[in-house]
Design a protein around this ligand. Sequence first.
Ligand code: ATP
Length: 514
Amino acid sequence: MATQDDVFKKIVSHAKEYGFVFQSSEIYDGLSAVYDYGQNGVELKNNIKRYWWDAMTLLHENIVGIDSAIFMHPTIWKASGHVDAFNDPLIDNRDSKKRYRADVLIEDHLAKIDEKIDKEVAKARKRFGDSFDEAVFRSTNARVLEYTAKRDAIHERFANALNENNLEELRQIILDCEIVCPISGTRNWTDVRQFNLMFKTEMGSTADGAMTVYLRPETAQGIFVNYLNVQKTGRMRIPFGIAQIGKAFRNEIVARQFIFRMREFEQMEMQFFVRPGSELEWFNKWKEARLRWHKALGLGDEKYRYHDHDKLAHYANAATDIEFEMPFGFKEVEGIHSRTNFDLSQHEKFSGKKIQYFDPELGESYTPYVIETSIGVDRMFLTVLCSSYEEQKLDGGDTRVVLHLPAALAPVKCAVMPLVRKDGLPEKAREIVNELKFDFSTHYDEKDSIGKRYRRQDAIGTPFCITVDHQTLEDNTVTLRHRDSMEQKRVSVDDLHRLIHDEVSINSLLRKLS
Ligand code: ATP
């Protein structure tokens, strides 16, 4: 049986073979942890962004969007705390010369203990059948109790070390847990050091005094520094939100999981400004709303979970991640943070400008509190890709690779195919394309056998194939083939637009949310 690792490798090569994702600068042997999106990838990515943008700005009359510049005044990153504290703890293995994030090594170790516990539970469930009571088993089984105690003890030390920024203790935990380097298999570890993740560059020529500027490591600060502009010009009343989609850059220490961890990536962030004291209520609302957005895609409800943070960032008073089950385990796709009034207060302090809101209902001014929802476009892309990929065994021993992409996100919505390349069928097929292309991304394909053409479309996740045959010329009907069921129906050309629209419009996804 294929392991999850094999499956992931196949997904990565499928993404390349079918024009979704390419290694950046490939003909120069690539640039590590930087990727380019190909002809199908860019469409899928744009559709993900559209779904998020519309869910934020169309469905909420109190959320508006902006597009701020990547370069910003360097003092912004002083004020936000990124210059001093946007660090990851890194550790090297002296034998393999490989570098790791110390916190990730420990988290992976904890996840392995959790897996052992889950295995014991699964074994017992099999043994006891219907009479199995998981809660009782977890609280009484000696082996499970032993694993749980061990896990909790490490977890507590780990959380304390992170909160206290105690790098020696992080190293000690790695040694005490006997964590080995996956490459060399040894425990020959260096000290743990802090590493700042921001990229620096220079603006202006050196002659007139160049200024060090940073490539933004998050899009959020562009929203905070425009808070006053938007609030005033849009006459926004609290509570209200500002949404933004854009590139962010982080000099990640370890970047080995394809587009999961990149050095250049894209974020979709929304900052929601609320009255002080109401932030935890809004935090819970957004936590639920964001999970609903994910689940509406139908990728599998059981693949999501919340993960509350052990270490709250210096600015946060509540934080959770939405995790998705990737082939390499449950991983963060989105973060939801209650950021208090930290950012706006800091910008007030560093800029000297008053950043306050006069609340007409309360008759007083205050610095708004903020709930942030922050999701990586690329991680979302990976989520969709991984959960859609299937190698399907067909009756008769054949297999097909199919991407069960949510129809609204699919790069191509329909492909029109003349059965043969003569008798006026190509002309009729072109006529249909020319009608549909105004509303849907439509392919025309006449090469190879019809079976091969169907496979090509399945592999990029096209929800519908439309085949034009001799009967079409007589009665204006075509066969409409559905990607997932492979079912073919004879339908009138006049009905095509409606039938396709019903399934592929982002509209139908958005309706599930409101
Ligand atoms: P991680 O713990 O995985 O490094 P993070 O907690 O630092 O992530 P945030 O700063 O909360 O991430 O960023 C919000 C979102 O941006 C993440 O949930 C993720 O989807 C995305 N993201 C962050 N870093 C990267 C990266 N290097 N590559 C791709 N996406 C990223």
